[in-house]
Design a protein around this ligand. Structure first.
Ligand SMILES: [Zn+2]
Length: 493
């Protein structure tokens, strides 16, 4: 598979460092405010990649962090008279809800920055001892002059280009230097201050990610990803400090493009952000997911009435096609097969390995064979979404007769985009499951008296009567499943 490595500025053949295992780190949210669709675009872009890696049979160690301590979190919390950690947690939950709503698979692990402060302190001590950091009046800084390769990620060499305007502080020697540690200020809450041998304080943003990469993925790993706006200074600084500490760090870099409004990047500072809830007034979650997943991840998505309409049309075309074609074949599938087919994965028994780091992804076994060759070629070409869409539209419009194989290829392809309309994920709360619930309710009302009689018989240890009632219901196609929490009725197919 070829991916575009933004550090090398070219397509490269992707080979993981460890056979069969991909270690990937993607910068997650700074949880200071509600997510907007620009944030979700990055999550969806890496989710498509995540899904395709799984479909190829790789095991994943995929880490996406939560930045829960940061200047912005502290400032906003103070402004709204909140505890900073309560604010961070509140918005972390909003982000999680938005990821879940859009069918973004969870990463293997999602560490919070505040959970790794001792490791960050250790990292900073290592940089100090290697001569790549210094102590100033207001904190510990990375010494950019001590690292001649600074600028290698973003290919910037001139000192002017490398100035970071976000992090201007008085104690710096060189304006390019950046804070690894910020000493405690009397105005800051005591809960945001940690002990360190070089002085009490809290970490800078960049050291958080380098430390979480090291702790959860090791000294070297395959892919570091994030939104394009993080390339500089965040990722440049991460690279510099991790390399200066003597670690191999990321083998490849991938960056997803922006969502733009009237040509401008959606951003808090410009004030043109579209919150998830506002967008969902016009689109269903599936349509929003499609709008975000169907543009190549390195191209900007210009958000407009037009792009909304296109997503809605496409989702309708695929939904109509599948509803027409799948109805007959579904009757013969059992429930587990149906879920498996819609996920595009085989469900393997997870056993008791839930404490294993890999368990979140390991139990999903790939069904890459379900993908047509054309789509595999397109995915291997740096996730070439436009070719995938071309194949999808051509196939649903021109396939006559519609075979089971075509249906499963369409679904497997849509599943890589996270957009299979028959994925049970999208049916939560829709009219079909409402209908099923109503049906269950009606049957309960009709057979309820019989069930009560049977329960009484069981309590009286009159098993003859209890079994007779069970038999009577089974003849109607209703199977009774007893459990400590009660008796469930299952429809036999
Ligand atoms: Zn980061």
């Amino acid at each position: 598979m070829k991916i575009y490595d933004t550090a090398q500025k070219q397509l490269v053949e992707f080979q993981p460092l460890n056979e069969g295992l991909v270690k990937m780190y993607v910068c997650g949210a700074t949880v200071q405010d509600s997510p907007h669709i620009g944030h979700l675009r990055a999550a969806v872009a890496f989710d498509v990649f995540h899904r395709y890696l799984l479909a190829q049979g790789y095991r994943l160690e995929y880490v996406r962090n939560v930045t829960d301590i940061d200047d912005k979190v502290l400032q906003k919390a103070e402004q709204f008279d909140q505890q900073w950690f309560a604010r961070a947690y509140y918005y972390e939950r909003e982000f999680t809800a938005a990821y879940d709503l859009l069918n973004v698979l969870p990463p293997t692990y999602e560490p919070r920055a505040t959970g790794q402060i001792p490791e960050m302190v250790e990292f900073i001590e290592r940089l100090l001892s290697r001569g790549h950091a210094y102590k100033a009046t207001d904190g510990i800084y990375f010494d950019v002059k001590s690292w001649p390769k600074y600028g290698e990620l973003t290919h910037q060499t001139s000192e002017d280009a490398l100035l970071s305007d976000r992090d201007l502080a008085e104690g710096k020697v060189d304006p390019r230097d950046f804070a690894l540690w910020k000493f405690a200020k009397p105005t800051e809450p005591a809960t945001a201050i940690w002990e360190a041998p070089f002085g009490k304080g809290r970490p800078g943003w960049h050291i958080e990610c380098s430390t979480m990469c090291l702790r959860y993925l090791g000294e070297s790993f395959d892919i570091h990803g994030g939104g394009l706006d993080l390339r500089f200074p965040h990722h440049e600084n991460e690279t510099a400090q991790s390399h200066a500490a003597g670690y191999g760090f990321a083998n490849h870099w991938m960056h997803s493009a922006w969502v733009t409004l009237a040509g401008e990047k959606m951003s808090k500072s410009i004030g043109n952000v579209l919150g998830v809830q506002a967008v969902l007034q016009k689109l269903t979650p599936l349509e929003l997911r499609f709008a975000l997943a169907s543009t190549h991840y390195r191209k900007n998505i210009e958000w407009s009435e037009d792009s909304i309409h296109q997503a809605q049309t496409a989702v309708k075309v695929f939904t109509d096609f599948l509803q027409k074609s799948v109805v007959s074949s579904q009757r013969t599938e059992n429930r587990e097969q149906r879920i498996e087919n819609s996920l595009g994965f085989r469900i393997k028994d997870q056993g008791s390995s839930n404490d294993n780091l890999h368990s979140a992804t390991c139990h999903l076994l790939p069904a890459v064979s379900g993908l047509p060759a054309k789509v595999v070629d397109a995915l291997n070409d740096d996730l070439n979404t436009s070719e995938i869409l071309e194949w999808l539209f051509k196939t649903v419009r021109s396939s006559e007769p519609v075979t089971e194989q075509i249906v499963s290829q369409v679904r497997a392809t849509l599943n890589i985009l996270g957009c299979d309309p028959l994925d049970p994920h999208w049916s939560m709360g829709d009219s079909n499951s409402d209908r099923e619930q109503k049906l269950q309710q009606t049957i309960r009302e009709l057979v309820g008296p019989k069930l009560l009689n049977r329960e009484q018989a069981r309590r009286d240890k009159d098993f003859e009567t209890a079994d007779a009632i069970r038999l009577e219901l089974e003849q109607l196609g209703l199977k009774l499943v007893d459990s400590p929490s009660g008796t469930e009725i299952e429809f036999e197919s």
